[in-house]
Design a protein around this ligand. Structure first.
Ligand code: ITT
Length: 201
């Protein structure tokens, strides 16, 4: 009898290499053929103009899925700081302006927090998987901690060097990728996603 292997295809809706690596590590072992925006010459520019992480994640996945006619996984993530009423929040990537670097955003955040005693913060990830023929999946997860007063650690990206993880007091930028994936907002979303995807025909 002939064995037929059905490769399930999924497109990661990002060009962020950290995210692609992290998502591939979860999706390939459960049988997905994983693509990212690097595999397509043309795709629409998605304007992240929704007022929530979930709204932006859904918009990215739906618009790309409609255009590519494929299953698409997207996430929208960011940092919420209690003393700043949830800022930078959905504006985390452009906190210091439209073309801000990670360094620019970190500098502005340290400055905004200079006289704040309450340094509580959390990372948020809202994840969406958008199918052509099924209801979408939504997952949201958090990583709790606080904002430091200086930089430490060389791993990760974005706000990792100034984020103190509540669990052990280390900076997120001091975690190895494996350690970060085990506890992070995005890592927890992906862990929750595995059994859901495995149950889908
Ligand atoms: P997309 O193309 O997928 O949108 P992005 O890099 O803009 O990639 P997000 O919108 O999800 O990613 O995240 C917005 C910002 O939040 C990002 O630029 C970082 O500054 C910050 N951020 C998100 N996840 C982070 C993490 O795990 N560690 C540190 N900073 C993070």
């Amino acid at each position: 009898m002939e064995m037929v292997i059905y490769m399930k295809e999924i497109v990661i809706a990002t060009k962020n290499k950290h995210k692609i690596e992290e998502m591939k590590a979860v999706l390939i072992p459960i049988g997905y053929d994983v693509l990212s925006l690097f595999d397509f010459d043309e795709f629409p520019e998605i304007i992240e103009d929704q007022d929530s992480f979930k709204g932006n994640a859904m918009k990215k996945a739906k618009e790309l899925s409609d255009y590519l006619n494929k299953t698409v996984i997207s996430d929208d993530s960011g940092l919420e700081v209690e003393a700043l009423e949830g800022a930078p929040g959905i504006f985390s990537a452009r906190y210091a302006g439209d073309n801000a670097s990670y360094e620019d955003n970190n500098e502005l955040l340290l400055l905004s927090m200079k006289h704040k005693e309450n340094r509580t913060a959390r990372f948020v990830t809202s994840l969406c998987v958008y199918f052509r023929d099924k209801e979408p999946i939504f997952i949201e997860q958090y990583l709790y901690g606080s904002i430091a007063k200086d930089y430490k650690g060389a791993n990760g990206f974005g706000y990792d060097p100034i984020f103190i993880v509540k669990e052990d007091g280390r900076r997120l930028a001091e975690y190895t990728m494996e350690e970060k994936n085990a506890i992070s907002h995005r890592g927890k979303c992906l862990k929750e996603l595995i059994p859901i995807l495995e149950n889908i025909k």
